[in-house]
Write a protein that binds this ligand. Sequence first.
Ligand SMILES: N[C@@H](CCC(=O)N[C@@H](CS)C(=O)NCC(=O)O)C(=O)O
Length: 203
Amino acid sequence: MNKPKLTYFDAPVSRGEECRLALHLAGVDFDDLRIKPAAWPAMKAQTPYGGLPVLELPGHAPLAHANAILVLIGRRYGLHPADDFEAACHEGMMQHVEDLRAVVGPTLRMGDAEKKAAREALVAGYLPAWAGHAEKNILGAPFFGGATLQVVDLKLHMAVRWFSGGKVDHIPATIFAGHPKLMAVHDAVRDHPGVKSWYAKAA
Ligand SMILES: N[C@@H](CCC(=O)N[C@@H](CS)C(=O)NCC(=O)O)C(=O)O
């Protein structure tokens, strides 16, 4: 291996896509390995923690956990604050997105009736509360820390985009619409020239 390799499932979503975007915005030339579902069971035990994404860098052991990958890329390429306290605030918000995934993720594997009930309960309680906490802790505008896109913004963008496409059954596309700072981060990432160039390349 002579260049970085990011391994994730073959979909432009979630933890893998935020890491791909970070590498692209950092200007890193990387192998973008996309795994088909059928190949995953045989690979799972070979990964550090049994999940994807995994980033491999020449001369290093494979690195797992999206936030660890994002912080590493962010530190190396100026997409994460140099100040340690400021960085910790960004990492707190990154964990907030992981908390959301931990709550909503299990509903993906539920049968229809259970899924409907679970998601309606999330719409009534957890999701607005999650968005309220995100909104309260966003430090700047249009991005989380102010004028510059950093890795935390990619995570917030991906969290909002999950629902705003209207493809998650029983969760309205407008679930976060009442949170202007959160929506501003989502929109600013969507409209960022580097992000647009990633999707232009993928098209
Ligand atoms: N804490 C890990 C979670 C990794 C994870 O659960 N990834 C999902 C995809 S987003 C996965 O690998 N699912 C397949 C499985 O767990 O077998 C991270 O932040 O990267």
